[in-house]
Design a protein. Sequence first.
Length: 653
Amino acid sequence: MAEYKAKDIQVLGGLDAVRMRPGMYIGTTSSRGLHHLLWEIVDNAVDEGSNGYATRIEITLNEDNSVTVEDNGRGIPVDIHPDLKVSAVEVVYTQLHAGGKFNTNNYAYSGGLHGVGASVTNALSEFLEVEVYKNGYVYYQKFTSHPDSNNPSKIISGDPVEPLKKMGKTDKNGTRVTFLPDTRVFGSVAMNYEVVNKRINELAFLNNGLEFILNDKRQSDDLSQSLKKIYKYDGGIADFVKDINQNKIPLHLKVLFGEGQNEVMKLSFALQYTNSYSETVVSYVNNIPTPEGGMHETGVKNAITKVFNAYARKRGLLKDKDDNLLGEDYREGISCIISVRMSNVQFEGQTKTKLGNAEARPAAEQIVTDLLTDMLEKEKDIGDIIIKKSIASANAREASRKAKELTRAKNTILNSNLVGKLASCTGKDYSKNELFIVEGDSAGGSAKQARDKKYQAILPLRGKPLNVERSRLDKVLENEEFRSIITALDTSIGDDFDLQSLKYDKIIILSDADQDGAHIRAILLTFFFRYMKELLMNGHVYIGMPPLYKVSKKDKVMYAYDDRELTNVMNEIGRSPELQRYKGLGEMNATQLWDTTMNPESRVLMRVTIDDAAEAEKMVTMLMGDKVDARRSFIIEHADFNKDKDETFESYV
Ligand code: 0RA
């Protein structure tokens, strides 16, 4: 490790630009941008940990919505920058892109590469305080964002109150940062516990042995007893795979785990097969998720296919006359985590979450080929199980291809039936059209009467669509409910999916606010997650939110979407109103359905994110998968569906 001095920090500019255009630096000032402030600070601490200097990172969500991140690393350098004449600490928090992370001499691999630096967090905070424990002393500095005294309409961002100050003695080492996001920038400055918890847990999996502590001082009846969680995984991503598979039935107990490096990257992977038919491959670059995949993922997939084919031949499980199996055969039922560390990463794709570096493909392929080949030599029992399963997948693929061909041939005849169910719209501008997938024929009938014929198409679903989890593609294609959805959207599915052919901008699921409705919604989301993921990635899927209550008095009618709103509405409408609780969409007449749920001017829609869908998939797996115990305990835990909205089944969808 080269000696690190303040002069090594590169300087690229000031903070006012950040406040002027926050979007340029953190993407948005919505909830996502707010959390970005925290990730910038956490990234720095994680870098210190993954480079072997810190063992512990503690994150505290404080009562005033400020957040504290403390690590026990070396502490940010406190010496004076030769050109800027201020401490390195001050440079880190006041200069854009400051820090060793852009100078690869100091950090070989850095999670912050796609980050913009801690100074952005300072620029967008009301205050930021830092304490450095180093050389036996505590050093302290505070920054604030405040109006300019000469021009009060202008805010000076992240301004040092005083230079870095040497305080009392300490025997600790490390860095402690507290910041309060600025309400002048963000709509709400309260971090979401679930979002933070999920990411901290993920970081703990990705950095094995590094201890993360998450405190939430806001969540407690007794203030002295805040919520505290500790995450530390000595098994790293192998533990991650077990976690993903906790409700599935594994085909082999031992997780295959490997770690290696070459000139391009350091790579680790962990995989385990289950008896499920789906493929779960989750990849990261420098701790950043890459849901769109990219070169590293392709390299690993190629290696898996090649290594297993070679192994199968060597073991006589594939004969000379047999064709090689395809990649998809080896990925059916796989749960695989890939974590790569490399420098100069380039992100591409719709959401800039796809690794573009061409050199990463052969590099990843080489590392995994070597490791997996050796591993299978030692684990022939596991190898043979995987090959047998994959041969079964290949046979099913062949059967499914035949079924698909048949389906295509039958299409013209069958579709005439299906089109009978679909009430299509007349408008030809697909970017304005909406497809409502409606639970039940009676609600479907009201929706057909109520709709705006030009833009809104209605597809009523009869009964529960089939359980996607337990069926291979060929069964999904046979199911009438799914066939009608596929036909209506016109995109095809799976590998053949083509977003360009999509006939609707919004696909809106309308189901009842009861257990069955939630179930149907979860199954539909699982179907989209498995076979039309791009629909979700591009934000085309929505959930309609019908009201739960109708409150009326004479000719005044109001609706309430939850119990809290009901109280407000009851108060507003005055004495002795008539109250109706909608048990299903079918109880609404066409006008009511239009007013409350379909009219773009007044309706409430929830856009489904890929995370929501993944969560729904997990739940569907649990409820319908093979693991009876998990299913039973889940149902018992969540049995009272009318308890509190946040606690019900619905919140899992
Ligand atoms: C560069 C060099 C040194 C430490 C750090 C960065 C560092 C930065 C952060 C940010 C949060 N926690 C941190 N911990 C360490 C080492 C300097 C030296 O050895 O004196």
